[in-house]
Ligand binder design. Structure first.
Ligand code: SAM
Length: 287
């Protein structure tokens, strides 16, 4: 077939041929806009030397673009019904492996065996955006860049700076490990079937070293989670609830706040990552 898989007419034809009813429960919204697909691949800045992991190839729309830009593509698809479809639509490409597996079950050992440096590109299944994102952020894998389509609302939380209601533990979990930016927003008309929400493509460039060393991340994460437990409360009240409320606990917290330069009356959403790092360090030293 001369048309790209993502061509709206070809996508309709493939869906009809295989009697394919997209599963909402698996977040199946197939991209049918070549401009958007090209922009995603361009944002990944791939060369023929690069190996790419794709999450959820669907009927192969993005996979086809990736196979043309990269040296090799490994695509993880959970829905068994799509395997014969992909074998057919991607038949002409020799540099694609389709793996029938839940991406959340893929181990770091399995993924790191694919290439010394990984690129991850996906039009994510939206029902599982945050778990997939955390899976890769916490994997310790040698990832160069991730380019991911997701709900605009999640993209806004990921890239948020302190001071607004979007800023929270997700923004911090991402930004201690990557430099993240929204490359573009995407209309629901770019998909078949169209999702109910607006979408955005986020580019994540991994920092050479995370801002919080791996060994300290679990404790740091506890401090951040506790700080945001009740967003309308002050960070001091939230941390007293978690850390302890005795005068001794209060004294340690007060000292840590002053060393971090954070006002006890502040709310967590105004506290910068640099301030959280000092706060967490001071508290962990007192454990
Ligand atoms: N890449 C295709 C495109 O852009 O047209 C399809 C994207 S669609 C939004 C998400 C895909 O992820 C679906 O094919 C779905 O079956 C698959 N999927 C859902 N959950 C998954 C999981 N846990 N692991 C791997 N694939 C999954």
């Amino acid at each position: 077939d001369d048309l790209r898989i993502s061509d709206p007419a070809r996508t309709r034809e493939i869906m009809a041929q295989y009697h394919l009813r997209p599963k909402k429960s698996l977040g199946q919204n197939f991209l049918t806009n070549g401009r958007v697909l090209q922009d995603i691949v361009d944002a990944a800045e791939l060369t023929k030397q690069d190996a790419v992991i794709e999450i959820g190839p669907g009927i192969g729309a993005l996979t086809e673009y990736l196979a043309q830009a990269a040296g090799h593509v490994t695509a993880f698809e959970l829905d068994q019904r799509l395997l014969p479809v992909l074998a057919d639509t991607l038949h002409d490409y020799t540099n694609i492996d389709i793996v029938h597996q839940d991406i959340l079950a893929a181990t770091p050992a399995q993924l790191s065996a694919l290439a010394p440096e990984l690129n991850i590109v996906a039009n994510l299944p939206y029902y599982v955006t945050t778990p997939i994102l955390m899976h890769f952020l916490e994997s310790g894998l040698p990832i160069r860049r991730m380019v991911m389509m997701m709900q605009k609302e999640v993209a806004d939380r990921i890239t948020a700076a302190p001071g607004g209601k979007e800023y929270g533990s997700l923004s911090i979990a991402v930004q201690i490990r990557t430099k993240a930016r929204i490359a573009m927003t995407v209309s629901h008309t770019a998909f078949n079937p169209p999702p109910k929400v607006d979408s955005a493509v986020v580019v994540f460039d991994f920092l050479t070293e995370p801002l919080v060393p791996a060994a300290d991340q679990a404790y740091f994460n506890q401090v951040v989670t506790a700080s945001f437990a009740q967003r309308r409360k002050t960070i001091m009240n939230n941390l007293l609830n978690w850390y302890g409320k005795t005068p001794a606990h209060r004294a340690i917290l007060t000292a840590a706040f002053s060393q971090a330069g954070v006002a006890p009356t502040a709310r967590a959403e105004t506290v910068s990552i640099a301030e959280f790092i000092v706060l967490s360090k001071k508290l962990s030293e007192q454990k």
